[in-house]
Design a protein around this ligand. Structure first.
Ligand code: TYM
Length: 336
C-alpha cells in the first residue's frame, strides 16, 4: 500500500505533569504498535491543559517533556507528525464553529466534565465545559479514521462522531466519521491502591500511580504495595478481584499474553511473587524509554528542531478541512 493510501490515525495527550502507566498502556504503547500502518498525527494537547490552571514555566516544560516522551516511546518525529496543538490555529477556529453545532445538554452529560468540575469547584470555566468540542475539532480536522485512546475517552469519541454526523447531515460529507481504537488489554489501568478507580496522574496517594519516569526501585516498591484481596488465586475477575485483575491486565498489556496464559504462568505462586514479577516487567519495559527520554531532553537543539518541524505539516492538513468547512457554512474563503 502506498503512503498516500494509508488511513489517518490521530491521537494526543494533555500536556500536564508526567505520564502514568495508564497513559502508556492505554494510549502511547498502542500508538507505537499501530503507527507503521497509518499516516499519523500526534498532538501535544496544550490548549486542553489550560482548562485547569497551570504554572507557566512548569507548563512549558511539561509540554516539551511530553513531546520528548512520544519520541522516546518509539514514535519517529520525521515519519509521524508530532506537534503542539496551540501552534495550529485551525484547532481553535474549528472548535468555535463546532460549538455552534453542539448542544448544552449533550455537553452536560459528559462524565469527565462532571468529575473535573467537582474537583476544581473554584474554576468551573467554559473551557472545561466545551473541552469535548475542541477534542472533536482536533480529530475531525485531520479527516481521521482511527483514534487510539483509553476507555475513559469513549464518551468523547461518541460526541465527536455525533457532532460530525450532525454536520455531515446538514452539509454533505465534510468529515470522516472516526472510529475509536481500544487495546485488548490496558485500555483502563486502575489505581494500585483503590483498584475500583482509574489510575490517574492527579491521585493524591503516590503509591496508587506508576509514573512513566519512576525509577526501577520505585516501580517495584509500588507494585509490592499494590492492594489485592484475601484470596490466593491469580485469576482475572474484575468484579470479585479488582486488584489482582488489574495486575493481570498490566502484565498482559506488556507481555501480549492473554489473561488465561497469565493465570497459568503464575498458578501455585503467591501474590507476593506475582506483584514483584509485574513490577519487574513494567520496569524492564520502561527502562529503554527513560534512557532515550534523558538523551532527548539533554539535546535542546535536537528537540527544538523537531518541535518546529511539523507545525506546517499539521497546518496544511488542518487548514484544508477548515477551508472546506468555511465554504460549506458560508463563511468567506480562507486566504492563507
Ligand atoms: P489524557 O491526557 O487524559 O490521557 C491521554 C491518554 O491516556 C489514556 N489514559 C488511560 N488509559 C488507560 N488507563 C488509564 N488509567 C488511563 N488514563 C489515561 C486516555 O484515555 C488517553 O488516550 N482528552 C484527551 C486528550 C485529547 C485527545 C484529543 C485524544 C485531546 N484531543 C484528540 C485523542 C484525540 C485526554 O484528556 O487525554
Amino acid at each position: 500500500m502506498s503512503d498516500d493510501k494509508k488511513q489517518i490515525l490521530y491521537s494526543g495527550m494533555q500536556a500536564t505533569n508526567t505520564l502514568t502507566l495508564g497513559n502508556y498502556l492505554g494510549a502511547l504503547k498502542n500508538w507505537v504498535n499501530l503507527h507503521n500502518d497509518y499516516e499519523c498525527f500526534f498532538g501535544v494537547m496544550d490548549l486542553h491543559s489550560l482548562t485547569v490552571r497551570q504554572v507557566p514555566a512548569d507548563f512549558r516544560k511539561n509540554a516539551r517533556s511530553l513531546f520528548a516522551l512520544y519520541v522516546a516511546a518509539g514514535l519517529d518525529p520525521v515519519d509521524n507528525c508530532i506537534y503542539f496543538q496551540s501552534h495550529v490555529s485551525a484547532h481553535a477556529q474549528l472548535a468555535w464553529i463546532l460549538n455552534c453545532f453542539t448542544y448544552m445538554g449533550e455537553l452536560s452529560r459528559m462524565t469527565q466534565f462532571k468529575d473535573k468540575s467537582a474537583k476544581h469547584e473554584d474554576n468551573v470555566n467554559a473551557g472545561l465545559f466545551t473541552y469535548p468540542v475542541l477534542m472533536a475539532a482536533d480529530i475531525l480536522l485531520y479527516q481521521t479514521d482511527v483514534v487510539p485512546v483509553g476507555k475513559d475517552q469513549k464518551q468523547h469519541l461518541e460526541i465527536t462522531r455525533d457532532i460530525a454526523e450532525r454536520f455531515n447531515n446538514i452539509y454533505g460529507d465534510v468529515f470522516v466519521i472516526p472510529e475509536p481504537y481500544f487495546g485488548k488489554s490496558g485500555a483502563r489501568v486502575m489505581s494500585l491502591q483503590e483498584p475500583e478507580k482509574k489510575m490517574s496522574k492527579s491521585d493524591e496517594n503516590a503509591n496508587a500511580t506508576v509514573l512513566l519516569l519512576d525509577d526501577r526501585d520505585t516501580i517495584i516498591r509500588k507494585f509490592k504495595r499494590a492492594v489485592t484481596d484475601s484470596d490466593t488465586e491469580i485469576r482475572y475477575d474484575p468484579e470479585a478481584k479488582p486488584g489482582v485483575s488489574n495486575l493481570i491486565e498490566i502484565y498482559s498489556a506488556i507481555t501480549g499474553k492473554n489473561y488465561d496464559e497469565v493465570s497459568a504462568e503464575f498458578a501455585g505462586k503467591g501474590y507476593g511473587d506475582f506483584k514483584i514479577a509485574v513490577g519487574e516487567t513494567v520496569a524492564d519495559e520502561l527502562a529503554p524509554i527513560q534512557k532515550r527520554y534523558e538523551e532527548i531532553m539533554s539535546d535542546k537543539a535536537l528537540l527544538d528542531g523537531w518541535i518546529g518541524a511539523n507545525d506546517a505539516r499539521a497546518a496544511k492538513a488542518a487548514f484544508k478541512t477548515l477551508g472546506k468547512v468555511h465554504r460549506k457554512v458560508g463563511l468567506t474563503d480562507l486566504i492563507r
